[in-house]
Design a protein around this ligand. Structure first.
Ligand code: ADP
Ligand code: MG
Length: 687
């Protein structure tokens, strides 16, 4: 097939080569291999799609109760009405009296006897043979009919070039060794089967994508992914980055360790030595630092920054929200300014002049440490000598954004070390696929003295009681958060609820100062409220989810979350991590309104029972799929089209082994396999 034959809508769907069409696999099938008499179709009844045929004996357009067309067909056994609520004049002509039509749909009992509503209709000669295979139904988009896609696909399947693109090249002995009992067809056979399954195919297995033909395709896809991840790893090791071995005495690193008001935990010590080792290599670090909320990732990032600065390079810390970035900025100022480090702050909300000033010192190298939001990559910033980029809450950034931090110095692409941080643990299946090129360090203990957070689940009708409890809590000199409901449909409504809660709580708690922080405040207003809360000038902070990440006020030991049923696992886990940072016992109250869905009930129960980030992340993954954990920006570019990480987890390991063997023993095959599967999408795997 050539592209000039293909309608442009197909091209828009990316279906512009025989290979792309071959890999456009059906989402389900219709069984047109069987033809029932009208009587049999009626007998089959509702909820079963049936195919039957007959001659049109009547074709009327009614106007009551609304405009509609009723076509009556007949065979030697029975008659059947077909009802069309929307129809074109052409359809009226197509189904003229005397024409033989083949129809497909569910028969149900209508007012005038058995009928099919909006059946699929084809005009055929009565003796037209039935197809031998099931009819594929393809993922389509507006303006492309199934007929067009079916035709293009079956044409593509006959294209001689496909012989080559789908040729079997996995060494026989390799498969036999890795999976002795498999009954998978070869790739070409698998693809053909999936497009044109025989009438007696196991449709259940096809639909659930557990059929051996599916397995074969899924395996190939995972294999491509594993190979490219392994290659990306190798490529990274060949790139050059400045090497930062442990510096001599009188360094920022040493200075920082001296000014810290605490000792590193064993976990922090361990991850720091892993990172320190990476930094001393001459290829770029690509490491994820994972640690539950409050585990103390920031200081590890600061140590890494100190190391880069000790070698005369700049370090940048990027965070996804202004509040979080600002917290980092304040922390870094506290730790590094006494050591004489020059710190620059860059965020989208800076005034043009301040921004220009910041960009200037970043560009001329006066700024050694740069803290900011997305602005760091968006505002056309060029770094004089960036040696390390720390990306906090990395899952909130897309792959592309992470790639963008690599900078150009002159005409040379410059690779800096990258440290990503996340409080959301990566489930094993994701770690083995999307993140396989990341080295991972885990902080698996909290700083000493932390008390576990008691989580309580409380009905909203007990709000007054909760406020009463809040009062005695605040009387002990502790502080609290009141988190307002998330209203995804309307930011205005969300704000309104927050203001209402704020007013109610201000009235109910006259002895205390209540503050309000939400997304609509200007950055400096937000900062002022946060600073007042931190200084205990505000005792109760009413907030929308802007406090979700990174806020650190140890004296705040109580958190109330209103309409907790509207929040997801990760959000509550993150929010809850704002308390339990001081020496007092901490409590998180999840208030919910009824009725509670099954899912919400289970979620709240799990959150009450565990604060283990790994357990919560696994639940989250099974609920929402990997897209969200990977970050919104990435999910649209899902690399795995046919694999479901939950359902097909066992295949990942197999693909990993096969990838290793292929790279070691059959390097020649690797290129072809990647080209076949990834084409232009390969770039995403290099992040
Ligand atoms: P997160 O991992 O969520 O980013 P932070 O880095 O904000 O956590 O640390 C949470 C709190 O714990 C901060 O107040 C920080 O100063 C404190 N902290 C970090 N490490 C230690 C430690 N080893 N001992 C005591 N407190 C620590
Ligand atoms: Mg943090």
């Amino acid at each position: 097939m050539t592209t000039k034959q293909a309608p442009s809508t197909l091209q828009k769907m990316g279906l512009d080569t025989p290979m792309a069409l071959a890999l456009h696999l059906p989402s389900r099938y219709e069984d047109e291999t069987e033809l029932l008499t009208i009587e049999e179709a009626i007998h089959l009844g509702r909820f079963n799609s049936a195919q039957t045929q007959g001659v049109v004996i009547r074709n009327q357009v009614l106007f009551r109760p609304r405009r509609q067309m009723i076509v009556t067909i007949e065979d030697e056994t029975e008659t059947l009405n077909l009802r069309f609520l929307n129809f074109y004049p052409s359809q009226q002509k197509q189904m003229a009296v005397g024409v033989n039509i083949r129809v497909r749909g569910e028969v149900r009992e209508g007012f005038q006897g058995p009928e099919m509503v909006h059946p699929t209709v084809r005009v055929v000669a009565p003796d037209t043979p039935l197809p031998a295979s099931l009819t594929p139904v393809y993922p389509a988009s507006v303006g492309v009919s199934q007929t067009i896609i079916r035709k293009a696909v079956s044409q593509a399947l006959r294209d001689p070039s496909l012989q080559d693109s789908l040729a079997e090249f996995l060494p026989k002995d390799l498969m036999a060794e890795l999976l002795p009992s498999h009954d998978w067809p070869n790739l070409q056979a698998a693809i053909t089967y999936l497009h044109q399954p025989p009438a007696d195919a196991n449709t259940q297995a096809l639909l659930e994508r557990t059929h051996p033909a599916w397995r074969r395709v899924q395996f190939e896809e995972l294999l491509a992914q594993q190979i490219s991840l392994k290659r990306a790893h190798a490529i990274r090791r060949e790139r050059h980055a400045p090497s930062f071995p442990r510096a001599k005495k009188q360094s920022f690193e040493e200075g920082l360790l001296k000014v810290l008001p605490f000792k590193l935990t064993n976990s922090q010590d361990r991850v720091w030595s892993e990172i320190s080792n990476d930094l001393s290599q001459s290829f770029p670090m690509n490491r994820l630092l994972q640690g539950d909320v409050g585990s103390g990732k920031t200081v590890v990032a600061a140590l890494a920054a100190a190391r880069a600065m000790d070698h005369g390079y700049q370090a940048a810390i990027m965070a996804p929200t202004e509040i979080l970035a600002e917290q980092h900025y304040l922390k870094m100022k506290e730790w590094f300014e006494p050591l004489g480090v020059r710190i620059a702050w860059l965020s989208g909300s800076l005034k043009a002049k301040e921004k220009r000033l910041a960009q200037e010192v970043i560009e001329n190298g006066q700024a050694q440490l740069i803290i900011g939001t997305h602005a760091l990559i968006q505002e056309n910033v060029s770094f004089a000598k960036l040696g390390l980029a720390v990306i906090d809450e990395q899952h909130r950034f897309g792959v592309r954004q992470r790639l963008e931090i690599q900078q150009r110095v002159g005409s040379e692409l410059f690779y800096c070390h990258q440290l990503m941080m996340s409080a959301t643990p990566i489930p094993r299946t994701l770690a083995m696929t999307y993140y396989a090129d990341l080295d991972v360090s885990v902080i698996d203990e909290l700083p000493p003295g932390r008390k576990p957070i008691a989580t309580k689940v409380v009905k909203a009708s007990r709000r007054d009681e909760v406020i009463g409890g809040l009062q005695s809590w605040l009387s002990k000199g502790l502080q609290a958060y009141w988190v307002c409901p998330l209203i995804e449909e309307s930011e205005v409504l969300q704000l309104q609820t927050a203001v209402e809660s704020f007013e109610q709580l201000t009235q109910a708690l006259p002895d205390f100062k209540v503050g309000l922080v939400h997304g609509r405040l200007k950055a400096e207003e937000k900062a002022a409220v946060m600073a007042a809360f931190k200084a205990n000038e505000i005792q109760l902070l009413v907030a929308t989810t802007v406090i979700e990440v990174g806020v650190d006020v140890p004296n705040a030991a109580l958190m109330v979350i209103e309409h907790a049923e509207r929040f997801g696992y990760a959000q509550i886990h993150q929010l809850r991590g704002r308390v339990g940072r001081g020496s007092a016992d901490s409590v998180c109250i999840l208030m919910y309104a009824e009725p509670l869905s099954m899912a919400a009930k289970e979620r709240l129960q799990t959150l009450r029972e565990t604060s283990d980030g790994f357990v919560i992340a696994e639940r989250d993954l099974s609920l929402r799929g990997p897209g969200e954990l990977l970050g919104a920006k990435q999910s649209g570019d899902a690399m795995l089209r046919f694999v479901d990480l939950q359902r097909d987890a066992w295949l990942i390991e197999l693909a990993q082994q096969a990838a290793e063997r292929l790279l070691a023993e059959h390097a020649d095959l690797v290129e072809r396999h990647l080209e076949r599967w990834l084409g232009s999408r390969a770039e995403f795997l290099k992040a």
